[in-house]
Design a protein around this ligand. Structure first.
Ligand SMILES: Nc1ncnc2c1ncn2[C@@H]1O[C@H](COP(=O)(O)OP(=O)(O)OP(=O)(O)O)[C@@H](O)[C@H]1O
Length: 314
C-alpha cells in the first residue's frame, strides 16, 4: 500500500552539509521529524543545530544533502510552505518598533484561520505587555511573543529554536503546555534546547548533534537505558582523589567512572549497588571525610549528554 502523506515524515533531512569558510559546520546530518511528535535536537554550543533548522526553514542554502519539509523544498517551495510552517528564531527575529499586540495581529492577518489572539495572549501571558513596543520587551517576554507568532497560523510543522531560553519557570511551563497541545493536535514540533529537563519532559524523539552530525538518537528512555548503569552522586569535601575513589569502588561497581563536576560534587557512574555504597562510605571514613549527601538514581539525560559530548567547553 502506498504511504499516505500523513505517514511520511514532516521533516526529512538527508546527508545535510553546510560549510562556512570551507569548514563544515553541518557535516552529513540525517534527521526525521514526524507529525504528532516533539523532536528535540540537543547538542553543545556550535554543534550545528540552528544551522540545520535554518536549512529546513529555507533561511540557509545547503552545500550538500537535502532537507524536505512536508515533502517540499524549503527554498524552492518557500511560498507554498509559508502558511504551513511556524518558525521561532533564536534571536526573536521580530520587528522592533511596533507594540507587541499590533505585531501579533499583523502576523495573524497573514493566515486563513489564525488562532484566537485573546486566548493565545492569555495563555502565554502577553496581555500585560500588549502595548509595549517589541524593542522594550524583556528577553523572556520577547520569546513568548515570538512563540505566539510562530504558532498563531496553526502550522503543521513548528520549528522552535530554544523556545524557553531565558524564561521564568511560570512562562516555561506555559510554553511546555502549548508545545504538548500542538503535538496532540498533530503538529510536528522540532525544537532545539539546552535544557535537559525540557527534553526529558517534552520529547518523543531526541536527536543529539555534535560537530555537525547526529551522534545518538531515540526516545529519552532508549537513551538513558542504553546502559543499565546507575549514577551515584556524592557531596563531600572538594578535591578528593577521584582515581583512588574509583579504585576503592572497582570491585563492587565494575570499572566506575568518577568525576568531580563541581567542587565537592562527585558523580560515580557504573554498576552501582548496595556494596558500592558500603565501599564508598568505608573509603570516605578511612579518609576522615564526611559525606553530606549520597544519592543513587538512574542516569539522567544530562548524564548521557555529557558522556556523549564530553565535559570540555565549546
Ligand atoms: N553565517 C555564518 N558564518 C560563519 N560561521 C557561522 C555562521 N553561522 C553559523 N556559523 C558557525 O557554525 C557553527 C554552528 O553554529 P550553529 O548556530 O548552527 O550552532 P548551534 O548548535 O545552534 O549552537 P548554539 O547551541 O550555541 O545555538 C558555529 O561554529 C558558528 O560559529
Amino acid at each position: 500500500m502506498p504511504a499516505s502523506p500523513s505517514d511520511s515524515p514532516a521533516v526529512e533531512v538527508v546527508g545535510l552539509v553546510k560549510r562556512y569558510d570551507e569548514r563544515a559546520v553541518v557535516d552529513g546530518l540525517d534527521l526525521v521529524a514526524r507529525r504528532g511528535e516533539v523532536t528535540a535536537v540537543l547538542g553543545p554550543n556550535g554543534a550545528g543545530k540552528t544551522t540545520t533548522i535554518e536549512c529546513c526553514e529555507g533561511l540557509r542554502r545547503p552545500d550538500g544533502g537535502t532537507a524536505r519539509v512536508l515533502g517540499l523544498d524549503p527554498l524552492e517551495d518557500a511560498h507554498a510552505l509559508r502558511p504551513r510552517v511556524g518558525v521561532m528564531l533564536q534571536d526573536g527575529g521580530l520587528p522592533t518598533g511596533v507594540p507587541a499586540a499590533q505585531m501579533l495581529e499583523h502576523v495573524a492577518r497573514m493566515y486563513a484561520d489564525p488562532r484566537p489572539l485573546d486566548e493565545l495572549g492569555e495563555r502565554l501571558g502577553l496581555t500585560s505587555f500588549a502595548r509595549t513596543t517589541v524593542r522594550r520587551l524583556s528577553g523572556g517576554q520577547r520569546q513568548r511573543l515570538a512563540l505566539a507568532a510562530a504558532v498563531v497560523g496553526r502550522p503543521e510543522v513548528a520549528f522552535l529554536d530554544e523556545p524557553s531560553a531565558g524564561m521564568d519557570p511560570q512562562s516555561r511551563h506555559a510554553v511546555w503546555e502549548l508545545v504538548r497541545e500542538l503535538r496532540d493536535e498533530g503538529v510536528a514540533v522540532v525544537l532545539t534546547t539546552h535544557l535537559m529537563d525540557e527534553a526529558e519532559d517534552l520529547a518523543d524523539h531526541v536527536v543529539v548533534v555534535d560537530h555537525g552530525r547526529v551522534i545518538a538518537q531515540g526516545t529519552v528512555r532508549d537513551l538513558v537505558s542504553s546502559a543499565d548503569d546507575r549514577t551515584l552522586r556524592l557531596d563531600a569535601t572538594p578535591g578528593l582523589d577521584t582515581g583512588a575513589m574509583a579504585a576503592a569502588l572497582a570491585t563492587a561497581a565494575g570499572a566506575p567512572a568518577v568525576t568531580e563536576a563541581e567542587a565537592g560534587s562527585y558523580t560515580v557512574v557504573g554498576q552501582v549497588g548496595p556494596a558500592t555504597v558500603a565501599d564508598l562510605t568505608a573509603w570516605l571514613a578511612a579518609q576522615d571525610v564526611l559525606a553530606t549527601r549520597v544519592t543513587v538514581g538512574r542516569r539522567t539525560l544530562e548524564d548521557v549528554f555529557l558522556d556523549l559530548t564530553g565535559r570540555q567547553l565549546r
